[in-house]
Write a protein that binds this ligand. Structure first.
Ligand SMILES: C[S@@+](CC[C@H](N)C(=O)[O-])C[C@H]1O[C@@H](n2cnc3c(N)ncnc32)[C@H](O)[C@@H]1O
Length: 234
């Protein structure tokens, strides 16, 4: 998939190795002056869910900047992978459930290790988009997060089926996603109309990113807040 993982590694490491990347928030977001640090265990040779994609860095920064909104809220992250946005939400006081493909034990175990490493008390749950396993019916998030979850067109409808279900199951909730537009097509607008959803907010992902983070990232990345369109929801 085009669009390199985010970088941010603490030290150069040989390929094919598990590394720990450090992510800073607040202050000057530098190693020496920051308010929050989250450490992520990555393995660039493995599954898509085993490293930090640029969308995740951008969404995590957004969560940090909106931390008063997240504090005390219930958050579900879909396709969490290395879970940087969800971990920031947990660190600012949200009740967080981190999810990824139900059968992908490697990614789910890595999420558990990352939570332990950061002393973050999150629930980790296998949740495959478009599957209706029992735990999904108990989820009533205020905020659903998804970083770089729109990358395989074969899965778009499954993802939006899950998002629409959660939005309906939890009135007033919102889906906040960072979307790397690799094709140049307006996919997200099309999907929102198709699923009876509406755009509540649209931002250029780089518009709120500190320059020290923006310098190491590239791509056409948008942040979109999505809610149910009550007039058009089937
Ligand atoms: C491009 S990665 C993004 C990972 C992470 N959110 C980030 O931005 O660093 C896509 C993530 O979606 C997950 N995923 C893909 N298909 C899925 C599905 N059908 N159900 C649930 N998760 C899925 C992958 O396992 C992976 O963690």
């Amino acid at each position: 998939m085009e669009g390199a993982p985010s970088g941010g590694r603490s030290a150069a490491a040989p390929a094919r190795m598990t590394t720990v990347s450090r992510h800073y928030f607040g202050g000057s977001t530098s190693e020496s002056d920051h308010d929050l640090r989250v450490d992520i265990i990555e393995n660039i040779e493995e599954d898509y869910g085993m490293f930090v994609w640029p969308c995740s860095v951008i969404l995590a920064e957004y969560v940090w900047q909106q931390r008063s909104r997240f504090s005390g809220s219930r958050v579900v992250e879909l396709g969490a992978g290395t879970s940087l946005p969800g971990l920031v939400a947990a660190k600012v006081g949200a009740d967080v459930t981190l999810t990824d493909i139900a059968h992908n034990t490697e990614v789910l175990n890595n999420i558990r290790k990352i939570c332990a490493l950061n002393d973050a008390n999150c629930t980790v749950l296998g949740l495959t988009w478009g599957d209706w396993d029992e735990p999904i019916f108990d989820l009533r998030p205020d905020i659903i997060l998804g970083a770089d979850v729109l990358y395989d067109s074969a899965n778009f409808d499954n993802l939006f089926a899950t998002v629409s279900f959660l939005l309906e199951n939890s009135p007033g909730s919102v889906f906040i996603t960072t979307y790397h537009n690799r094709s140049g097509h307006h996919l997200i607008e099309f999907l929102m109309v198709k699923w009876g959803l509406k755009c509540l907010k649209l931002l250029d992902g780089f518009s709120f990113l500190p320059s020290c983070k923006a310098a190491s990232l590239q791509g056409n990345i948008q942040l979109v807040e999505i809610g149910l369109d009550k007039d058009n929801h089937k």
